[in-house]
Structure formats: C-alpha cells, structure tokens
Write a protein that binds this ligand. Structure first.
Ligand SMILES: [Zn+2]
Length: 104
C-alpha cells in the first residue's frame, strides 16, 4: 500500500498554519520577494513587540515598524519600513532590496 506522503504532509502544515494564525490574531504577516533572487519570504510581525508607538511629531501615523528580513536563497537583507494608524492599518510602506507581494 502506497501512502501519498507529500500531499498528506502539505495538508498537515496547512492545518497547522491556519490553526496558529487564528489563535494568534495579533500577528501580522508580510509577504515579500527578494529583488535579487526572486525568493519569497514570509515575515512575521508581532505588533506588541515590533511596532513602535510614535509620539506627537508625526500626527498621521501612530505606529512605525522597522524590520529586516532575509531570504534563504541569497541571504540578502531586505529592509522594511511601515507606518500604521491607531487601528494598525497600513498608511505607508517602504522596502529596500525587495518588494511587497500578495499572499500566494
Ligand atoms: Zn534573495
């Protein structure tokens, strides 16, 4: 009897991911792609730890995020900067060394 190991495994990880993302509602996922090699990277952002509250100077944004990501193909650092409003909606996003992509 042959077991289709590969598809079973994918289903398992799919379930695992969905389970963890629904229990951890605060976690924000960024999907980026390396400019150099095209490798896609998923960046996990924990708003409680990663977002910095802005004070006064920039009234439009309430939180900023500075994050560095690295793909596992060419190991170049991709720098991410995002501004959020009080409801943690993205107001502005900048990236160096890569680009933002849709979740696939
Ligand atoms: Zn790369």
């Amino acid at each position: 009897m042959k077991i289709r190991r590969k598809s079973d495994k994918m289903g398992f990880f799919d379930k695992l991911f969905k389970k963890s993302s629904s229990t951890d509602q605060d976690i924000l996922w960024l999907y980026i792609q390396c400019d150099h090699c095209g490798e896609k990277v998923t960046v996990r952002v924990n708003p409680r730890g990663d977002l910095v509250a802005e004070s006064g100077e920039t009234p439009s944004s309430c939180y900023t995020l500075h994050k560095e990501a690295m793909d596992d193909k060419c190991y170049r650092i991709i720098k991410i900067y995002i501004e959020f409003d009080a409801n943690r909606r993205i107001l502005k996003q900048e990236i160096q060394g890569g680009k933002f992509i849709e979740k696939n």
